[in-house]
Structure formats: C-alpha cells, structure tokens
Design a binder for this molecule. Structure first.
Ligand code: ZN
Length: 119
C-alpha cells in the first residue's frame, strides 16, 4: 500500500471542516456552535430518526450542499482516526493517493464513484 501523507490530509480536512462550519453558521444566521450541534445531531440520527426527520429535512433544504460536504469531511476524519482512511467504501481497494490529495474526503475509488454517479 502506498504511504499516504495522512498528516497533511488531516490538516486539509480539518481546515475544510472549519470553513464549512463557518459557512453553515452564516447560512443559518447563527454562531458556529449551532452548526456544530447540528453535526452532532446528524451523527446520532439513527437513535431518534422519527423525531428529527422534519428538522433534518428543513436543514437539508436550507443548505444541502454544505451539510453533505460537512458529513463527508467529518466521516473522512473519523476514518483517519480509526485507520480505515483511503480504502474504498464499496470495493475496499486503496484509493489512489492523487485522488485523495485532490479530494481528501473521497470515500470511494474513482471506479466506484463513477459507477455510483451513473446510477
Ligand atoms: Zn471502489
């Protein structure tokens, strides 16, 4: 397996996460802590799916792109922490380092990503 520069990838992801949290906070007209609370909310959504569905739909409608991006970046940081970073979520092969440098939050290899986008 090619050695990844995980430190610089982690730094890139952390910076991206901060900037997304700021953008979300601005979109919602609140402080960054509110976006953070919302993110924690996403992380635990399985626990209380029925109760939070409406609120979540509203958030997606407001800032779908940033929310999705934030979840992907957070998931990538979690994979870095648990040692599964850089493996394709679908087929399990190592994602090309060049792809990860271009998109550190990528969770699939280019083949699986293209297959997904084609449907
Ligand atoms: Zn794959």
């Amino acid at each position: 397996m090619t050695t990844l520069d995980t430190l610089s990838l982690e730094a890139a992801l952390t910076a991206k996460r901060s900037s997304l949290l700021t953008q979300l906070a601005t979109l919602r007209g609140g402080a960054p802590s509110r976006a953070q609370a919302s993110e924690d909310h996403f992380a635990h959504r399985e626990d209380s799916q029925a109760q939070t569905a409406t609120e979540r739909d509203l958030e997606f409608a407001l800032d779908d792109h940033e929310s999705t991006e934030l979840r992907r970046v957070t998931a990538a940081l979690q994979r870095l922490a648990n040692g599964t970073y850089g493996m394709c979520a679908d087929c399990g092969i190592s994602i090309a380092p060049a792809r990860l440098q271009a998109a550190p939050e990528a969770e699939r290899c280019i083949t699986c990503q293209e297959a997904l986008e084609r449907g």
